[in-house]
Design a protein around this ligand. Structure first.
Ligand code: SF4
Length: 362
């Protein structure tokens, strides 16, 4: 078995002033230690994103904050060379991350109501519009409140789709639907939208100059050429929407959201009975992503091959290729459900059964 590749450029002792590429490195750190420390660092970054969203909803846990400090400390040079200890920290990171996801879910439900299924129109209405992308539902709520009483429509993009399952957001008169596809299409889709775009978190690309004046970001999200909003005052975005040419009516299809675990738990008896009666052959959990290269289709081929009496549960935000197909329904439920997304991380949140695209531009 080949040894793990090693590359570490963490400290000034690094080999040749560039990076320790052989195991062990100058300090004695070997490839296993390096790999575990990187795993911890990546895990902490992900957990910080959820924890930041949860804190904005008033949810935090001192035990999580203390763990973040200690886990970061363990990755410093010459602190920890012990594989079992680092493995223990990595496992604890998983447990703490679950706690953070629980806090975020509680925050969303308390702030925006119990999730329920809903069909979301994909496209735009005639009139001024603002597109909001990212994961921060507090930003969306603030924008909707400030747009209240105007004719400015607000649309979700990307991972903000699950917003439509929360009644207090969905029922807002200015929330008009969902627009656009995966993040890597945004350099074409953002300028084509026709109004300002607000990026609240990650998955924003550095804009081309021709639409940079329409791109706004919030707090720690920022891109060259865009306008950063440090607080929650969206008046400049609303003014921009009014100044832009009116959006055309473009209906491209619909997405169904809202199969949160609370909804499915209500249906648990029916599902268990159906399993016992042989009406459900399998539950498939697909956690991988095909990415955007055309040649990569393992996960979408897998999903397509599942039998019609099965359900597909997806994880993370990288399954946009799987979502491009309609898998139909079984026992009254969509066969494809998002078990966890980057916006709503615990339990099924958004079914992404995409109806065939139909353009009714007027
Ligand atoms: S921490 Fe160790 S392995 Fe990493 S760069 Fe410094 S000396 Fe090299």
């Amino acid at each position: 078995m080949n040894p793990l590749p090693m590359f570490c450029n963490q400290c000034e002792q690094t080999m040749g002033g560039t990076g320790c590429s052989h195991s062990p490195g100058i300090c004695g750190k070997d490839a296993d230690v390096q790999s575990l420390q990187e795993t911890i660092l990546y895990g902490l970054k992900g957990m910080a994103a959820y924890a930041s969203h949860a804190r904005r909803l008033g949810k935090h846990d001192e035990a999580v904050s203390a763990f973040v400090e200690e886990a970061l400390f363990s990755t410093m040079t010459n602190v920890n060379f012990d594989v079992p200890t680092l493995f223990e920290i990595a496992m604890e990171l998983g447990r703490k991350n679950f706690r953070v996801m629980e806090l975020l879910d509680q925050g969303h439900v308390e702030a925006f109501g119990d999730p329920s299924p809903a069909v979301v129109t994909v496209g735009t209405k005639a009139g001024p519009g603002i597109l909001m992308t990212g994961h921060d539902l507090v930003d969306l709520a603030d924008l909707l409140k400030q747009a209240e009483g105007t004719d400015v429509n607000v649309y979700t993009h990307g991972e903000m789709l699950p917003a439509h399952m929360y009644p207090k957001l969905r029922e807002h008169p200015n929330l008009a639907g969902h627009y656009g596809g995966p993040w890597q299409k945004q350099r074409a889709e953002f300028p084509a939208f026709g109004g300002p775009v607000v990026a609240t978190t990650n998955c924003v690309l550095i804009p081309h100059a021709h639409y940079a004046d329409c791109l706004f970001t919030t707090r720690f999200t920022a891109v060259p050429g865009g306008t950063r909003i440090p607080g929650n005052d969206f008046s400049a975005v609303i003014a921009k929407a009014k100044a832009c040419p009116t959006l055309a009516k473009r209906v491209e299809g619909a997405l169904e959201v809202g199969y949160h675990r609370k909804v499915l738990l209500d249906a648990a008896g029916t599902i268990v009975d159906a399993v016992k009666a042989g009406q459900i052959s399998r539950f498939f959990v697909i956690g991988g992503c095909d990415g955007y290269e055309p040649g990569r289709s393992y996960f979408s081929d897998y999903a397509e091959a599942t039998p019609p009496d099965s359900f597909i549960l997806t994880l993370g935000c990288g399954k946009f290729r799987i979502n491009a197909r309609d898998y139909g329904r079984h026992l009254g439920l969509p066969r494809l459900m998002t078990w966890a997304s980057a916006t709503t991380p615990t339990g099924p949140s958004a079914s992404r059964s995409r109806w065939p695209r139909r353009s009714t531009a007027a």
